[in-house]
Design a protein around this ligand. Sequence first.
Ligand SMILES: N[C@@H](CCC[C@H](N)C(=O)O)C(=O)O
Length: 274
Amino acid sequence: METSFYKMHGLGNDFVVMDERRGRLDLTPARIAALSDRFRGIGCDQFVLLRPACREGADVFVRFFNADGSESGACGNASRCVASLIGREAGITAPVLQTRAGLLGTEIGDDGMITVDMGPPALGWRDIPLSHEVDTLRLPLWGEPAAASMGNPHATVFLSPDDMTDPRQRGPLLEHDPLFPERANIGFAQVRSAREMRLRVWERGAGLTLACGSGACAAVVNGVRRGLLDRTCRVEMDGGALSVTWRETDGHVLMSGPAVLSFTGLVALDTYPR
Ligand SMILES: N[C@@H](CCC[C@H](N)C(=O)O)C(=O)O
């Protein structure tokens, strides 16, 4: 039997989306990792599962998995993609997504750009989480990153504009540092002005991606906390730019950008290891 899937991306951060709203599929972390493999599977940075919502006001429950099969509480780029799928399916412009990190409001603009309310960041060491109490604005690690959770753990290293650090060298070491008991996504940011920054993210469980929505939100929050950025900032990544605002009135972080359906397909799940 074949199972249908959507292949989508947000600024080149790509996803396989499967729908479990009409019945559970036989998916395990090992099978998700096999399907995410770019050489032996469909290939993606993250794997997204849709389930029936169980909270009042939500249109769909969304689970996010990394290419290595590990689960994450948040994925900004995939949230925009799911909002566009649900919006099209239900004929609505403001689908509400239920995630492990809470309910996310979204808005689909006339220009096709999608805004996700990623909620407020968590900045306490226990909430990020870190293994012990340290100053979350300057972690005692290489590059003195600032840490924040956007429903998933992030650390942002602020580099000078001419710094040539390769995220593929420093990223894996920081991702696995014992200070991060659940590992962490590591952003490498270069501030160009108070309203613009360049960002590359070494993602937990996926490696270097073309863009990371929650990483862009965490980088803006950390840049504002460090006194480097205004609360609204354009974040340019290898795959394109997102606009991020850390709203003063309620502390929520709003992220806007595109969502693209690349193709749909069919796959025989039982040919993949369980
Ligand atoms: N690409 C994402 C983040 C995906 C999850 C992350 N790798 C984690 O493990 O927390 C985004 O756009 O936010």
